[in-house]
Design a protein around this ligand. Sequence first.
Ligand code: ZN
Length: 106
Amino acid sequence: MTSSSPQYTLTKHKPQRTCIACRRLADKRELVRLVRTAGGSVEVDVGGKKSGRGAYLCRSWSCWQAGLKGDRLARVLRTTITADNRQQLMSRGEELVLGVGCAKSE
Ligand SMILES: [Zn+2]
């Protein structure tokens, strides 16, 4: 078996991921995973267990806006995001980020 993952060690370290919008490194569980489906569209993977190429965003609305704006997410996931798909992700993000998560009163 050949593995190219650098310095893979079995530690109890929490997995960390980078938010594609602000580049903050955070505990995987603090971030929301977006996954590219087999069909090439992108969906929110709440459980973080779906297979496929993934990208992460903070539970922060500004990161969702920045991350979904332009082609950043499409580039990271190496796919094309349609306007409908983007809209879908935006409303999912709204639910996840503004609905639950942090109780901001703005
Ligand atoms: Zn972020």
